[in-house]
Design a protein around this ligand. Structure first.
Ligand SMILES: [Zn+2]
Length: 87
């Protein structure tokens, strides 16, 4: 049973942090967090892309004095659709 749950938690998420956050909101068993870490640690795909999943550092800057001087963009998926966010 725990093996199937680990498989479900792991599906669709690379790395350790997201699967653990997802699991914490729904289920619990003793040793669950460590087992997720071990599962991710033994996954070729997670290990290959581990460094690509690092958080971007904040880049503080002065407040621009006109619109569209400074832009930030991100891609995300929500409700079955792909979005481009522009701030
Ligand atoms: Zn993986």
């Amino acid at each position: 049973m725990q093996h199937e749950m680990l498989q479900l938690i792991h599906q669709g998420y690379l790395g350790v942090e997201l699967p653990q956050n997802r699991a914490k909101t729904a289920i619990f068993w003793l040793g669950m967090m460590r087992q997720i870490e071990e599962r991710v640690g033994s996954c070729h795909v997670c290990q290959r892309h581990r460094n690509a999943q690092q958080k971007e550092p904040l880049q503080p800057h002065d407040i621009p004095n006109e619109p569209w001087i400074k832009l930030a963009t991100d891609l995300f998926h929500f409700d079955g659709k792909d979005f481009l966010l522009v701030c």
